[in-house]
Ligand binder design. Structure first.
Ligand SMILES: Cc1cc2nc3c(=O)[nH]c(=O)nc-3n(C[C@H](O)[C@H](O)[C@H](O)COP(=O)(O)O)c2cc1C
Length: 202
């Protein structure tokens, strides 16, 4: 069974994180979820719901909220640096950080693994495994751009969650589906049947 790490940090765009989790669980993949400390606060601001920090309660929370089995879900605290996923000896098919703050980008780029998300990202890079980040900030400063370049140069795929208009989204949900599916395209996953560009019809 495929296994992915989903890091959620305190940037805007939490619906992308939630839809990613939902689709991964619908595919019955093993999902390892870590929210940064800041992510709890931003989730509350954007979605208006508090996510439990306690990992057992959090599993129950996702199961109710997504109305899905969470048998394949593992939740970790941001400071659980002895979690299995913190070690290179624990194999996964890749890691996605969505949304990704510029703080997390900077800490990963400098090898400064303060929390479990940053440690897992560091492991993905050192082991030569797939790491996809969806950085969200605007505008990007030269510091942000340098840090993103550093990551791109070591093989991290940088996926800014910028919507496409050619798919003619009729709702925010459609836009979210498009972005999440394009994000997971980078891991060679086809999570959801989106309307893809097939050329201009005459
Ligand atoms: C409502 C809200 C929205 C935020 N949006 C962003 C954002 O889009 N990008 C970003 O880099 N930081 C954003 N921040 C700031 C980060 O949450 C903050 O710097 C935090 O310490 C980052 O920690 P983390 O990288 O461990 O999640 C936001 C904060 C709040 C309260």
């Amino acid at each position: 069974m495929k296994s992915y790490i989903l890091g959620i940090t305190g940037a805007s765009a939490m619906p992308l994180a939630e839809r990613s989790l939902q689709l991964l669980l619908q595919h019955k993949y093993n999902v390892h979820v870590v929210l940064s400390r800041g992510a709890y606060e931003v989730w509350n601001s954007e979605i208006g719901v508090k996510i439990p920090i306690d990992t057992n309660k959090q599993k129950l929370f996702w199961s109710h909220r997504l109305n899905l089995s969470t048998d394949t879900l593992s939740c970790y605290r941001w400071n659980d640096n002895s979690a299995p996923i913190a070690s290179g000896s624990y194999k996964t098919n890749g890691m996605v950080i969505v949304p990704c703050t510029m703080g997390t980008v900077g800490r990963i780029a400098s090898g400064y693994s303060l929390n479990l998300i940053e440690r897992c990202a560091d492991v993905q890079i050192k082991e030569g495994r797939s790491l996809i980040i969806a950085p969200r900030e605007t505008p990007w400063s030269p510091i942000h751009l340098k840090n993103l370049t550093t990551l791109a140069e070591v093989g991290v795929k940088v996926f800014p969650p910028i919507p496409a208009w050619y798919s003619q989204p009729r709702s925010i949900d459609e836009m979210v589906d498009f972005l999440v599916t394009r994000l997971f395209d980078l891991l060679d996953e086809d999570l959801y049947p989106i309307k893809r560009w097939t050329g201009n019809s005459k």
